[in-house]
Ligand binder design. Structure first.
Ligand code: ARG
Length: 475
């Protein structure tokens, strides 16, 4: 059923109906639409636009329709343009023409933004909650590996030794920032656009503050034209999800690499691996690869919306209907990806012997040589030169740094004495990194304790927000 038509001599051509139809995807907003309609109804009754008795009939009809939608008993049909028209059709079918009274004082322009914001609040909080489980999986694995030495990489080349728990815990830090961004998003975007009407507000709906508050928002958008034109909130949500997706992708890449025969650092549990249809011996890290692969669409969805918004006149334009599919896709992608990746991380078995065996290789202790000289007040640039020369001599004479003779050391720099060898151990190098962010075992242990606190705090604010907005979600 179209929500317009009075001034038209004919209905839309089939091709136009097919083009403009959004109900196949925006039906995801149905329960939020019922909720917003109920609150809008209260406003109309308080303003005397709808008589109390009629208000009761409409309220009962909306509630019954909401229950039917949740129970799968009412859905859209071929005649519906979008979720809003489908719900009005359903309401009128249920209670008669009086159902059409609800359209007073609002437009689909403010209705759709209000529904969409509710959808995003609901789903970003769900994504936040799933992300905390992934963070907890990393926290646990980090703690279990806090005494495992590993080669640290830059440019994917051995760089300096680290503890493996440090390597794993960095992912928790990145994911905590994703949670922060969801929290920031809520602070900025939890304001109600309802009452903006098509663009100028309405003479019939006097109290957007009260409807915004009843819906659970923290306030009302200040400018009605901005209220119906703003899609920053959707773009920002897409960025938050794309950034999270990029983090998941980088995690996926590491696990894929670590599970190769060449690395053999991790064994991914059978439940989180897949086989090959032709090669019976294969156990593939498909979850990690899908984490990497799916980030592409998350970034693409952000790009799609920004491209739609660029250059749009700043009011409602039908282009804005294109805001929803990228958001739904990003949300639904993360809802399937996060639990699988969390399971993969939580059940992964790290082969600590293989991880540790390479900790010293690739002259990973060359920085210790330079630091040794720097501590003797040799300017670091010279110290760096001398350490580089040590590596060169080692390569030429096929030996490790600690195997250089006293004569070879003295020939490279007079301050290089035999006590240098004490510093050329993986454990010594790691133990020396005692600053708060460094890789010494006590530093990393403290970092993980701090991470656990931060994760608990995040879980707390997420559950507070879920609680605070819960009334908003139930029709
Ligand atoms: N389905 C539309 C959308 O998602 C609802 C708003 C339609 N407004 C309009 N003026 N045609 O954007």
């Amino acid at each position: 059923m179209a929500l317009w038509g009075g001034r038209f001599a004919s209905g839309p051509a089939d091709s136009v109906a097919a083009l403009s139809r959004s109900v196949d995807f925006d039906w995801r907003l149905a329960s939020y639409d019922i909720k917003v309609n109920l609150v809008h109804l209260d406003g109309l009754v308080s303003a005397g636009v709808i008589a109390t008795g009629n208000g009761e009939v409409i309220r009962a009809g909306l509630k019954a329709l909401g229950a039917e939608i949740l129970g799968g008993k009412f859905s859209y049909d071929d005649s519906d343009e979008d979720v809003h028209s489908a719900i009005e059709r359903g309401l009128i079918a249920k209670i008669g023409a009086i159902g059409g009274a609800l359209r007073a004082g609002r437009s689909r322009n403010d209705l759709v933004v209000t529904d969409f914001k509710l959808y995003l609040i609901d789903h970003l909080l769900e994504i936040a909650s799933l992300t905390t489980s992934l963070i907890e999986a990393f926290n646990e694995q980090s703690l279990a590996n806090v005494e495992v030495f590993a080669p640290g990489f830059t440019h994917l080349q051995h760089a300096q030794p680290i503890v493996f728990g440090h390597e794993l815990a960095k992912h928790s830090q990145a994911l905590l920032r994703d949670l922060d961004r969801i929290g920031d998003w809520l602070v900025r975007n939890s304001i109600s656009p309802l009452g903006a009407g098509a663009l100028s507000g309405s003479g019939l709906q006097p109290n957007p503050e009260s409807s915004g508050e009843t819906l659970g928002f923290d306030g009302v958008v200040a400018n009605s034209i901005d209220a119906v034109s703003d899609r920053d909130f959707a773009a920002e949500a897409l960025f938050v999800m794309a950034m999270l997706g990029v983090h998941l992708s980088r995690i996926g890449e590491e696990f894929t690499l670590w599970s190769t025969n060449e690395f053999s650092w991790v064994e991914i549990a059978d439940a989180y691996s897949t086989g090959s249809s032709i090669m019976p011996q294969k156990k593939n890290p498909d979850i990690a690869e899908l984490a990497r692969g799916k980030s592409g669409r998350l970034v693409g969805n952000l790009t799609a919306l920004l491209t739609t918004l660029k250059g749009l006149p700043f009011a409602y334009n039908r282009d804005l209907q294109e805001d929803k599919e990228p958001v739904f896709d990003s949300v639904e992608t993360l809802l399937v990806l996060l639990p699988a990746l969390t399971g993969m991380v939580a059940t992964a078995k790290f082969r600590t012997e293989n991880i540790s065996s390479g900790a010293h290789s690739g002259f990973a202790l060359a920085t210790e040589v330079a630091d040794y000289l720097a501590k003797k007040s040799v300017p670091f640039a010279q110290a760096h030169e001398a350490a580089g020369e040590c590596v060169k001599v080692c390569e030429q004479t096929k030996r490790e740094l600690h195997e250089l003779t006293d004569e070879q050391l003295a020939a490279i720099h007079p301050e290089l004495k035999s006590d240098l060898r004490e510093f050329l151990t993986v454990s010594g190098a790691i133990a020396s990194r005692t600053s708060s962010l460094g890789t010494s075992i006590p530093s990393v242990t403290a970092q993980i304790a701090e991470l656990k606190n931060a994760t608990q705090e995040a879980k707390q604010w997420i559950s507070n927000e879920v609680e605070r907005f819960s009334g908003m979600m139930k029709p």
